[in-house]
Ligand binder design. Structure first.
Ligand code: ADP
Length: 828
């Protein structure tokens, strides 16, 4: 009879029943489920042992094959369960006991766990231990257990090896990305120095040969930087490090801005650039605008690179909408050299180009399309090409985005219903596009490709309501078309289409001829409609506030509440030290600063926010300051009436540049910037420029930094600030030395300026004013510097009356500066 024991729910985790000396309750020779000897032998060969445990007596009563699996003779170890347990790894054993307990308590049909056992040779081997309770007592206690041990050592070792290899690969990837991040910085910094320095050297006096050599250095460095950026980007994608954002953006603005930023290259080659965004494209999307921009830039860049004449056209349309998402299809078409069929799939592979001779002619890394393909795949789309040699190419890609705001129907098309329009546009594709837009609003359109035909049409039919024409055609033949249009009776609405480089000169000439409405190509349907409304004198129906420049009400309120003006400033600067310096100076004055690391990021910021002032570095990787300014201005000028009505919406751009050559200010102004601050950045100059920006934009004068924080920038700037000059140059003796030299030449400067004015010598007066401006800047003589600046401006404009006034003021201010410099020098 067995002693009665309390019923247990399961076996204690602390272990199987201890080995004890009590006799087995039913010590049978053959336990249930015990395999015969032949079978045991066969199993053993297969690395499996089956045994029966008698829990009551703590012995393995049948099946000793487990000993053989561990390298022991069957009689080498005793048959106690505790002996078996002693060979198992403690942690693995605890897991096994847990599994057995779950089974014993009825929570699992069997038990199973992989455990390590110490074999006779001292090595650990993996076994899968599984089984089930074979017999229970009437009150449910497990009495006998069938246990199967299977050798799974090879499997575990392979898995371990795979895990180790995976960990090593992960580590290598981490090291690689870290290395790439470092290298990216390390490579870009000297590259920027090479580009910046050659740019600076190109601004000095050079003979033709030197200029040619340096030009090659600069353009090669720029090309190399593009390749380096591509390789770094590609490596990032390959190692899965490229993160995708999901933010709100306007696809229409993105496509137009992206194309405008690079359209200049095409327009310089004489190519027409067309953009059409279908009206059904949602107004706002959720996705990664930077990556979409990157794909479009790449495809359009290639299209321009491989096309010598004709046009490049970019179109965007939705192909499917599903549950809050839209699939867009973008097509970039060109009339270039085309790609043979057998090369069309190869070009999407990394480092591959359709034709090596072409590569030599065109340059490039062969990575652009490989990057595009991966980016598009990340946007759940695909990319493909249709092309034939000599017949141009069409690159297509699909990409999926969230819909943030649906498409908005275009308002104001009604005015074109039944109107007769003459479209004089030199490019047939552009003529077809403009005709399509106008006809979709019910206009009757006659298109011509040159100004002779336009004159013929005007001769034949005088009842046109509107003329839409290329600025070039309007000016051709002594502006014959413009004069003919103006002199005919009837309505005279006229819209001129410009390409950007010709814009300033052509716009001025056309304004002189009374043409007021100018649009910059490529134009959208909305812009064309707005342009027509303006040309027909309907200013009221045009929304003057550009979508992306909507004035932030909160900011306006804040201005009203707090007389200390806070400006929203976009700092576009790639050098972290300069970034920090500028941010500190601006924040000390209480301004809000956003940072963009280069021109392309600045355009991104424009998509998202609104800024009072943009501080724009000139030399930057990816996109330089001039290019970014052109892109921003092109965007603003797509509605040139902003300029005509007043610069309310236009960004005030201040160049930050290290190149302090004469004529640099003019270069910045020519590039469409409003002002110029030279680097290294100095507080007084920076804040003076901000004050000028506010004056020009009609905003209250911004708060200056707290007194003491920056001595040179208090509310009433000091006449000179020797301490600040000391701080700039870090050498008091040097400052005094310079002051003494300046005093020695004092009268000489005045004579030079006066005689240049008398002689009406623009160049001499400009140069003299520029030089004294630099000297006063060195001593933080802010008013004198500003007056010298005004004088040089008047000299450049050959405005002699104004120059006389400025020189008078400057001399007066110089009389205030001189005694202070004299005192500083004497104190020593
Ligand atoms: P790359 O930097 O060489 O331009 P891409 O991956 O962007 O690298 O392009 C790979 C190759 O595909 C190019 O070298 C060129 O041979 C071909 N290709 C790409 N776009 C065009 C196009 N629009 N017209 C003709 N050939 C093209």
């Amino acid at each position: 009879m067995r002693a009665k024991r309390p019923r247990r729910e399961g076996l204690p985790v602390t272990g199987l029943p201890p080995m004890d000396s009590r006799p087995a309750p039913e010590d049978r020779a053959t336990a249930p489920g015990r395999p015969g000897d032949d079978l045991q032998a066969a199993l053993r060969h297969g690395g499996v042992a089956v045994s029966t445990w008698n829990l009551a007596c703590g012995r393995i009563e049948a099946g000793q094959g487990w000993k053989t699996l561990l390298g022991y003779a069957e009689d080498a170890l005793d048959d106690r369960i505790i002996t078996w347990r002693a060979l198992a790894d403690t942690a693995d054993l605890a897991g096994l006991l847990e599994s057995i307990n779950a089974h014993a308590a009825g929570r699992a049909a069997s038990f199973r766990r992989d455990c390590r056992f110490r074999a006779r040779d001292g090595a650990w081997r993996w076994f899968r231990v599984s089984g089930e309770i074979a017999e229970r007592s009437p009150d449910g206690l497990p009495l006998r257990v069938t246990v199967v041990m299977a050798d799974v050592d090879d499997f575990h070792r392979t898995e371990d090896r795979a895990r180790i290899a995976r960990e090593a690969a992960d580590e290598a990837n981490r090291v690689r990305s870290g290395f790439l991040a470092n290298m990216s910085h390390e490579i870009r910094t000297p590259m920027n120095a090479i580009i910046g320095m050659s740019e600076l050297a190109l601004g000095t006096e050079l003979d033709a040969e030197q200029r040619h050599f340096l030009g090659i250095v600069k353009s090669s460095a720029e090309a190399l930087l593009v390749i380096i950026n591509d390789i770094l980007d590609f490596s990032k994608i390959e190692s899965g490090k490229l993160e995708f954002e999901r933010i709100d953006f306007s696809p229409r603005a993105l496509v137009f801005d992206t194309v405008r930023a690079i359209a200049l290259n095409a327009q310089e080659k004489g190519l027409e650039v067309l953009v059409s965004v279908a009206p059904e494209v949602p107004a706002r999307l959720l996705g990664d605008p930077t990556r979409l921009r990157q794909v479009i830039t790449n495809l359009v860049g290639n299209a321009i690179k491989f096309t010598e004449q004709g046009e490049v056209e970019i179109s965007l349309e939705p192909v499917a909408t599903m549950g809050g998402e839209v699939e867009l299809r973008c097509c970039v078409r060109d009339t270039g050299i085309g790609i043979p069929l057998d090369k069309q799939s190869v070009i999407f592979q990394a480092f591959s180009q359709a034709d090596l001779s072409i590569t030599r002619r065109f340059g490039g890394s062969g990575l652009g399309l490989a990057i595009c393909q991966r980016l598009v795949e990340k946007m759940e789309g695909r990319i493909w090409v249709e092309s034939a040699p000599g017949a141009g190419s069409r690159f297509w890609f699909d990409a999926r985005f969230g819909v943030q705001a649906p498409a908005q129907p275009l308002a104001g098309g009604g005015r074109l219903q039944g109107q007769r329009v003459l479209a004089a546009l030199a490019n047939p594709a552009l003529a077809a596009q403009i005709r399509g837009i106008l006809e979709s609003f019910g206009a009757q359109v006659v298109t011509v490709l040159d100004y002779f035909s336009a004159l013929d049409e005007l001769e034949a039919a005088r009842n046109f309501d509107l003329l839409v024409a290329d600025a070039g055609l309007l000016l051709d033949g002594d502006a014959a078309l413009t004069h003919a249009w103006r002199s005919r009776p009837g309505p005279g609405a006229l819209v001129a289409l410009h390409i950007f480089p010709e814009h300033r000169a052509a716009a001025t000439a056309l304004r002189g001829l009374g043409v007021e409405c100018h649009l910059v190509k490529p134009v959208s349907a909305e812009e064309l409609l707005d342009g027509v409304a303006l040309a027909q004198g309907d200013h009221a129906s045009v929304d003057f506030v550009l979508e992306d420049f909507t004035v932030d009400q909160a900011l306006a309120d804040a201005r009203g509440a707090d007389p200390a003006t806070v400006l929203d400033i976009l700092l576009v600067e790639d050098n972290p030290i300069n970034q920090e310096l500028a941010v500190r100076l601006l924040q000390q004055a209480g301004h809000r600063v956003s940072i963009a690391n280069h021109g392309a990021e600045a355009l991104e910021c424009f998509d998202r926010g609104r800024f009072d002032v943009v501080l724009m570095d000139v030399e930057m990787p990816v996109m330089g300051g001039f290019q970014a300014t052109e892109a921003i201005r092109a965007r603003e000028l797509r509605r040139t009436w902003v300029a005509a009505v007043g610069q309310t919406g236009a960004a005030y751009i201040i160049a930050l540049t290290a190149s302090a050559m004469a004529g640099d200010r003019q270069r910045c102004l020519d590039a469409g910037m409003n002002d110029y601050v030279s680097k290294p950045i100095r507080s007084a100059e920076l804040h003076a420029a901000l004050a000028r920006a506010c004056a020009e934009k009609g905003l209250p004068t911004p708060r200056q930094p707290a007194p003491g924080a920056l001595a040179s920038a208090s509310a009433a700037p000091p006449v000179v600030d020797i301490a600040a000059a000391d701080e700039d140059l870090g050498d008091h003796a040097l400052v005094l030395d310079l002051a003494a030299r300046m005093l020695a030449e004092w009268e000489g400067w005045i004579t030079t300026l006066e005689s240049a004015l008398v002689a009406r010598d623009t160049e001499a007066l400009g140069r003299g004013a520029h030089t004294v401006k630099g000297l006063f800047a060195m001593f933080h003589a802010e008013s004198a510097r500003k007056l010298a600046l005004d004088l040089s401006g008047a000299a450049k404009a050959a405005d002699w009356a104004l120059a006389e006034v400025h020189l008078g003021n400057l001399k007066e201010e110089m009389n205030r500066v001189k005694p202070l410099l004299v005192r500083a020098v004497k104190v020593v």
